[in-house]
Design a protein around this ligand. Structure first.
Ligand code: ADP
Ligand code: LRH
Length: 498
């Protein structure tokens, strides 16, 4: 797409950002030298288990999006939204029938239906060949594994269209269907070298690629809000929808306030920690596959070369368990206590898929400590310290593996996402990596979403480096210098990795 001619005054954009723990609609105002972000509406994302399956409450989320767009219109100067962009977590999708109706609730990637799917997939195509063709990490929940698990189900038989979650929301908003590329790259059906479908892979697995509407890229037009949506949200039309990095991690990486010329790694920490480097081309080596690094596509043709780490999910699930026990935990107080708890007393492998499903997290962490002959945390603050030390250790390993496997230097680590608000985690990450950490913005995905829209609308100009300079110039960031003893982290790493 050629960019729109530059605008003279700043414009306002709505960024719909659906995370696994909360959804939000943010209003971003952007223009030359101007970038501001305000929260219009935030709503919890609470999955529902029904009939033995874990689902997303997708209509509840869509309700939140509509409420948010109404608030966004009220919050925008003169009530005008120049455009709307949608991003969400990856891999999951809705199936539509021939009339365009949704065939059942989208299934949560943490649902157990994919157990055994990877084994069946390996019988179709050896993992080495699948990695060489798609560069995607092994995760039980990759869309391809979900499709293998769903083969032959009545819903799959009736499906005429498959829409990834942000594409589904955009479809309901506009009536137009597309498949945004950064998120498509998490399906395991895209070739990261070409940015097009990996047709031989789809063929081998009998996946009908015509289920997916045509690919679109961040910055492409994606329709206009339907009349019924304008009316429901009290907005004056026309309001265009613009494709953004619709994978939340792609938008978050676009929203990393990196300084031009300073080699950086990023860690997008929310429900997951996604830690890696930005590259121009994928790394498809056997070493990379063995280290379970992924090559997901980013904004402006970049490659997000990264590893998935369990992230603050570990903490979210501990809090949920303690609440269920009637403990009413306070995150701020727990973090203060955890900061005083002994360092590196016990660490678990924060990349271990045993932590993927929901439930009993403090008990599962205790079991992992027991299994590895380490002291079991005695109280919630001890468990929180174990989680944060373990995350920092996993961040250290991911940054050092990303360096080794990509051959890239790393001078600074940027932490973005909700975890950037966790000062203890950011300091421990600096200590563990032995590198300076720059923390913020916490809403990097919304910033990345807004910046891509703003550039498409002509409100800001330039490449990713220019967009990031605008972020640096306008947003407050926190700096953490590495402290303490690297030897202690090396010992902890040896204890976890053997
Ligand atoms: P997602 O987009 O995956 O839903 P977020 O990026 O919103 O996740 O991050 C949510 C996490 O951020 C929370 O689970 C919490 O651990 C952390 N967080 C949010 N606010 C704070 C805060 N004020 N202090 C410490 N941690 C915070
Ligand atoms: C983070 C995220 C991550 C995916 C996971 C399913 O929200 O999109 O990048 O691996 O969710």
């Amino acid at each position: 797409m050629s960019p729109a001619p530059p605008t003279r005054s700043p414009l306002s954009f709505a960024a719909v950002d659906l995370g696994a723990s909360s959804g939000r609609v943010m209003v971003g105002t952007a223009g030359p030298g101007v970038l501001e972000l305000r929260e219009a509406h935030r709503f919890p994302n609470r999955p529902v288990r029904a009939g033995g399956t874990l689902y997303w409450d997708v209509l509840g989320l869509y309700r939140g999006v509509l409420d948010g767009l109404r608030e966004a219109g009220r919050a925008a100067p003169r009530g005008r939204l120049a455009s709307v962009g949608v991003d969400s977590w990856a891999v999951d999708h809705g199936l539509l029938d021939a009339s365009g109706a949704l065939l059942g609730n989208p299934v949560h990637y943490r649902d157990g239906r994919t157990a055994g799917a990877a084994k069946r997939a390996a019988a179709v195509l050896p993992p080495e060949e699948l990695y060489a063709a798609t560069g995607l990490q092994y995760q039980p929940f990759n869309t391809l594994h979900q499709l293998v698990a769903a083969r032959g189900t009545p819903a799959m038989e009736a499906a005429r269209r498959l829409l990834l979650i942000p594409d589904l929301i955009a479809y309901w908003l506009t009536g137009e269907a597309g498949t945004e590329l950064t998120n498509a790259s998490t399906t395991q059906l895209v070739d990261p070298r070409t940015g097009d479908w990996a047709r031989p892979v789809a063929e081998a697995f009998g996946v009908d690629l015509s289920l997916f509407p045509p690919l679109r890229r961040p910055g492409d037009p994606a329709g206009e809000l339907l009349g019924e949506v304008l009316e429901e949200c009290g907005l004056d039309g026309p309001v265009p929808v613009t494709a953004v990095g619709s994978h939340d991690t792609a938008s978050a990486v676009a929203g990393v306030p990196a300084q031009s010329g300073r080699a950086f790694a990023y860690i997008a920490t929310g429900t997951w920690s996604l830690a890696g480097v930005e590259l121009e081309a994928p790394v498809l080596t056997e070493d990379s596959r063995a280290a379970n690094f992924t090559n997901e596509l980013g904004v402006d043709g970049t490659v997000r070369y990264l590893r998935n780490i369990m992230g603050l999910w570990l903490l979210q699930e501990c809090l949920r368990s303690w609440e269920a026990e009637g403990l009413a935990p306070d995150l701020g107080a727990l973090l203060r206590e955890a900061a005083r708890a002994p360092a590196l007393r016990s660490v678990v492998d924060a990349g271990d898929p045993v932590f993927l499903p929901p439930g009993r997290m403090p008990a599962r962490i205790a079991e992992a400590c027991r299994r590895t002959g380490q002291p079991v945390p005695r109280d919630p603050a001890g468990t929180v310290r174990c989680v944060l030390d373990s995350l920092a250790l996993a961040h250290r390993r991911a940054v050092s593996d990303a360096r080794r496997l990509s051959g890239r230097e790393v001078e600074v680590v940027h932490i973005v996402g909700g975890g950037a608000r966790n000062e203890l985690l950011c300091q421990l990450t600096a200590d563990a990596c032995g590198l300076p950490v720059v923390a913020g913005p916490a809403e990097a995905a919304a910033f990345g979403n807004v910046l891509v829209q703003a550039r498409a609308a002509g409100a800001v100009r330039g490449d990713l480096a220019a967009l990031r300079s605008l972020l640096r110039a306008t947003q407050p960031l926190r700096h953490h210098e590495p402290m303490g003893d690297q030897a202690a982290w090396r010992r902890a790493e040896a204890a976890v990795c053997g």
